[in-house]
Design a protein around this ligand. Structure first.
Ligand code: PLP
Length: 384
């Protein structure tokens, strides 16, 4: 174990060491972390639903009815009518034939790879895809190609040169560390031209984009022929936990047969399924939450611009690029000293030399919170 302590020491020296912090109480605009009360700009609870009274009620009622654990995998007897009801709601919302639940988004992405790919396949991924998509591509034992961020010419070249029997393009919808959107219309065009499957992970679009909140794919008006494999995760805007794949009946049935992270794991707690179903109803009825978030994003961008600080993103994820790990950590610490929590994101989560502050906005923020954040940001040297 001596080698481990050496490599840990090296991480600390490189400003790459990571530490768990402990929060007391629910996600909100203000949280208590490590004994400090801080304004919260790093939660993915974009709509403030993780502690919504109706979501909580649905969770508690279902826990009293079913117990806490599901007690078995979906294929044995862990799958309840609460899971069924959620899968039907997800299929309807997404305009797809069927939905399949996974315990986490990470597992859904691995499960797509293990269910659909093999040594004769090729996977094509944007360089800035989320780690779970990269891991899925690596795990599949397929040929693995990565193209420069959003570079459709590079992707087309790779597709045109591939002789793989099955080709799959995997992409984030909204990129998790950059906040920009994948060019879905162009991606689906290329997928059809080269007979590849297009898989979109809409972890940061679901709940926030599209007329009914069904995400980036709804906003882009693409159907299941355009985007045959669509992933939603529940841990962000939906405010619960878990994930699903939505698509046509044959896709879902194939995953039920072969997707290892679906077959070989305990079904998500039924109470999580019930809470998720309730949350999706709230997203479709309390539409002011989505509007509030979009107003907050617009306000933040406008205030930043007044201080000549640039961000390229229009989504709830607002990165401010810094460069060196050390400077990113120092900026995050300066914010912390002023009572504001913003995380510094460093390699390997982002490419070398692109350490950044990753600010996330939520419907639970009020104007004064955003003004306070920008006020402190404007005093940090080197951001302009
Ligand atoms: C957060 C995230 C995941 C992982 O989802 P979990 O449910 O937290 O495991 C997958 N993909 C993207 C793009 C994400 O941002």
């Amino acid at each position: 174990m001596q080698d481990l302590s050496k490599s840990l020491a090296r991480l600390k020296q490189q400003h790459r060491y990571r530490q768990v912090k402990t929060r007391l109480g629910p996600q909100d605009h203000t949280i208590e972390v490590n004994g400090q009360r801080l304004l919260n700009f790093c939660s993915n609870d974009y709509l403030g639903l993780s502690n919504h009274p109706k979501v909580l009620d649905a969770f508690i009622t279902a826990a009293k009815h079913y117990g806490v654990g599901s007690g078995a995998s979906h294929l044995i007897n862990g799958h309840t009518d609460a899971h069924d009801k959620l899968e039907r709601a997800l299929a309807k919302w997404s305009g797809r034939e069927k939905a399949l639940l996974y315990s986490t988004g990470y597992m859904a992405n691995l499960g797509i790879a293990s269910g659909l790919l093999n040594a004769q396949s090729a996977v094509f991924e944007d360089r800035l895809n989320h780690a779970s998509l990269i891991d899925a591509g690596l795990m599949a034992k397929s040929r693995f190609k990565r193209f420069a961020h959003l570079d459709m010419q590079a992707l087309e070249k790779q597709l045109s040169q591939s002789e793989a029997r099955t080709k799959m393009i995997m992409t984030d919808g909204i990129f998790s560390m950059d906040g920009d959107a994948a060019p879905l219309a162009k991606l689906s065009q290329l997928a059809q031209k080269y007979q590849a499957w297009l898989m979109v992970d809409d972890a940061h679009g679901v709940g926030l984009l599209g007329d009914t909140g069904a995400g980036l794919v709804e906003q882009a008006q693409l159907n299941s022929a355009d985007v045959p494999i669509l992933v939603y995760t529940f841990g962000k805007a939906i405010g619960t936990s878990g994930a699903c794949v939505v698509g046509d009946a044959d896709l879902i049935d194939t995953l039920v047969q072969h997707s290892r992270s679906y077959v070989y794991t305990t079904a998500m707690p039924p109470a999580i399924a019930a809470a998720t179903e309730q949350s999706i109803q709230i997203i479709q009825t309390e539409t002011w939450r989505k509007q509030q978030l979009h107003d907050n994003i617009a306000l933040f961008k406008q205030l930043l611009q007044e201080h000549n600080i640039s961000t390229q993103s229009d989504s709830a994820i607002q990165p401010i690029l810094i460069g060196s790990d050390e400077n990113a950590l120092a900026a995050s610490q300066a914010l912390n000293n002023a009572g504001i929590m913003v995380s510094a994101i460093r390699p390997p989560t982002v490419p070398e030399g692109t350490a950044r502050l990753r600010i996330t906005l939520s419907a639970f923020h009020q104007t004064t919170h955003i003004e306070q954040l920008v006020d402190v940001l404007s005093q940090i040297k080197g951001l302009q």
